[in-house]
Structure formats: C-alpha cells, structure tokens
Design a binder for this molecule. Structure first.
Ligand SMILES: Cc1cc2nc3c(=O)[nH]c(=O)nc-3n(C[C@H](O)[C@H](O)[C@H](O)COP(=O)(O)O)c2cc1C
Length: 368
C-alpha cells in the first residue's frame, strides 16, 4: 500500500514538507491517550530471537532509525509503532539552529537516494535533552524496551572553532548523558558551514581527550560516527585514536559528498548543489566498511551499520559481515514502514536456516 498509494502522494510534496506532515500526523495518531498506546502495542511485533544485549542495553530488534529523522526527540510513539527496535535522536548541538536555507532536501528517485544539506537544524541540546527527560519521567512505558541514543554534533557556526568547538561538544555531552542510552559523537557531518569535519587525527584526538575528561563510570556508552568518504589508512589511524580513548562502538556511516555512479542526470545533480547523499548508492561502501571495522576491532565493540539499507537482503549481508545493529533513514522514505518488519522477519528466517540461535551466534559463525 505504501509504494502504490502513499508514496506517490507524498512524493507530490516537497521532501521536507512530506517529512513534516508524516511525522507530525503519525506521531499525533500514535499518542492519542488510550487509543494510541493500544495501537502501538497491537502493531509492534515481538522478535524474541532478535533480542540482544550490548554494553548493558537490551535491543528488542536490531533495526533502528538513523540520526536526522527525529532531530528533537519528538516522535518516539511513531517510531515504536513503525516497529523500530531503537532510535538515535539528533544530531543535537549546544546552541539551537534553524539550519540552512530551504530547499535543502532533495529526492533522487532513479537512485533511490536523497541529498540533504539540512545544516544541523535542531532545537538545541538543552531544550531537547530536557524534553526527552520530561517524556521519560511522565511516560516511562514509552521508553521501556526502546533504547534511545543521542547523537551530538558541533553547533553549525563557522566561528566556533578550536577549543570552543570542543567545549561546544562538551556542553551537549553534559546535557545528553542523563537521558541517553548511548551517546554518538557525530564527527562526520558533511553539511558544516566551515566545510570541515573532526575526521582529522589531531582534531579527533583533542575532541576525544576533552570528552574523556568529562566521563565518569555511570555515563552511557560512547560511540563515534564516521563518514563513508574517509580512506582506509585514515580510518585505521582514527580508530586507533578512538580505541586509546575507550570508545565502545562505531556508527558507519554518515552521508557521502561523492556523486559517482548515479543514474540521475548530471545537470540535475549540479542544480541541486552541495549536500550529503544517502540511500541505495551507499550500500556497497557500508558493507565494505562493516567487514573492515569488524576485522580490526575487539569483538565487544558495538558496530552499527548505516547507509543504503533498503531491502532485507542487504540487512542480512551487513549482519553477516559483523554489524550488531542497523540504522536506516532513506530506505524508509522509498520502501515505507513495511521494510522494518520485512527485515526482522528475514533475519529470523536466516537464523533458522543457519541454525544460529541468536544474532550474536551469526558473528561466531562468521569468525569460524
Ligand atoms: C534529511 C537527513 C538528515 C540527516 N541528519 C543527520 C544528523 O543530523 N546527524 C547525523 O549523524 N546524520 C544525519 N543524517 C544521516 C543519516 O543518519 C544516515 O547516516 C545516512 O542517511 C545514511 O543512511 P540511509 O542511507 O539509510 O539514509 C541525515 C540524513 C538525512 C537523509
């Protein structure tokens, strides 16, 4: 029904409006007192074989919504209804930001892809973290069994650099540590006004040293999100720096600034202009990086594969390559919510076929 009826209607709208309409309406419907929670309960399927505990967090299924979909932590009812096993809220930044001027989100239908230059629009770390904590206090059942990570980035302002940039991350970190099940440092947003990311050895080391000096035993696990555009030698060095700073996991990866191999005509791509490309064209790189990271990392590190997941088959490939969890965004736009249940069903079928009792056992099969 989504691809034949709802998607054609939504694709008549500007992409950002379509996102706004579906999330606001969908979440309002799922949070109507009494009826909403019943709807969510009835729809949400249980996948006992897919449940896993990672770094002390229980995930009911391995399919999560990627950062950027729910930047302000407002749509948890909807995300649970859709069948996701977890969410990553954000990116949040220390100061609120309206982001870049519109239009800033574009569909590349022929490539099943999006280009965005949202520019880290969000309501600011304080408002968002307090908002999530308020919901956690008032409606604990909403978050029970549905872990939410918070993704933090540097405020979108080219004048915030050097030590100020690190303090900016630290401000968000201090606010996020209480409501977050884990914190992801987004060091790879391609849509920054200064055109630079933290994927530079010195910059990353300074950032991680700054954050590490803030950390205490009770803090949630810390993950780092990399770009798919970093070459393997640099990735190797950056991971060594992360490992020295006790990073517990990695999200691989963010959107790409590359445009090669697309079916969409070059003139249209040029007309759209700068931004991060997401969706199907990312998949080959995501799979390559997943295998690479799993081979170089200690086995207990959390590996979240993200980029181009739009079929159950791709999900199986990433889990088989060593990902513990999956995140998607663009696949939801093109395939609709049925994709999440389809992925989980095919993962269960795959476990049954291989005789592996759990996702963790698939990793062991890969290593043996
Ligand atoms: C509109 C849009 C906004 C995004 N905003 C963020 C963000 O704020 N922080 C972040 O870490 N990633 C952001 N992303 C990247 C996604 O989290 C994800 O890494 C990327 O889209 C690849 O996954 P996909 O191919 O499943 O979409 C955004 C992606 C899109 C499409």
């Amino acid at each position: 029904m989504y691809t034949s009826l709802i998607r054609p209607l939504l694709f008549q709208l500007d992409p950002e409006k379509a996102h706004f309409v579906t999330t606001i309406l969908g979440n309002a419907l799922c949070s109507i007192p009494f009826a909403g929670p019943r709807l969510v309960q009835r729809h949400a399927q249980k996948w006992p074989q897919l449940e896993q505990e990672l770094a002390g967090i229980t995930f009911s299924n391995p399919v999560g919504i990627a950062a950027g979909f729910d930047k302000n932590g407002n749509y948890t009812d909807l995300l649970r209804f859709l069948g996701f096993g977890f969410a990553e809220y954000g990116s949040i930044t220390a100061l609120p930001s309206p982001g870049n001027p519109r239009p800033r989100l574009f569909r590349l239908k022929k490539d099943r892809a999006l280009i965005n230059r949202m520019g880290l629009n969000n309501a600011g770390a304080e408002a968002i973290c307090h908002g999530i904590m308020r919901q956690q206090r008032q409606r604990p059942e909403l978050f029970n069994g549905f872990p939410g990570g918070i993704n933090i980035a540097k405020t979108h302002d080219p004048d915030i650099t050097g030590e100020d940039a690190i303090q900016d991350y630290i401000t968000s970190y201090r606010l996020a540590r209480e409501p977050a099940a884990w914190i992801t440092l987004n060091v790879s947003c391609p849509n920054t006004a200064e055109g630079k990311t933290f994927e530079d050895k010195t910059a990353l080391k300074e950032l991680l040293d700054g954050i590490t000096s803030e950390r205490n035993e009770k803090d949630p696990p810390l993950l780092v999100k990399f770009s798919p555009d970093t070459d393997q030698n640099t990735v190797h060095d950056l991971v060594s720096i992360c490992e020295d700073c006790n990073i517990q996991g990695y999200v691989i990866g963010n959107t790409t600034t590359r445009r090669d191999g697309l079916r969409t005509p070059g003139e249209r791509i040029e007309k759209i202009g700068p931004g991060g490309l997401s969706g199907s064209p990312l998949f080959a790189g995501t799979l390559r990086q997943t295998s690479y990271f799993r081979n170089i990392l200690p086995p207990d590190r959390i590996l979240i594969a993200c980029g181009g997941i739009d079929t159950p088959d791709k999900a199986v490939k990433l889990i088989s390559a060593g990902a513990n969890l999956l995140q998607l965004y663009t696949g939801l736009v093109y395939e609709g919510p049925a994709l999440i249940q389809k992925i989980n069903q095919v993962l269960v079928d795959h476990l049954n076929k291989t005789g592996a009792p759990s996702l963790r056992h698939l990793q062991h099969l890969r290593q043996s």
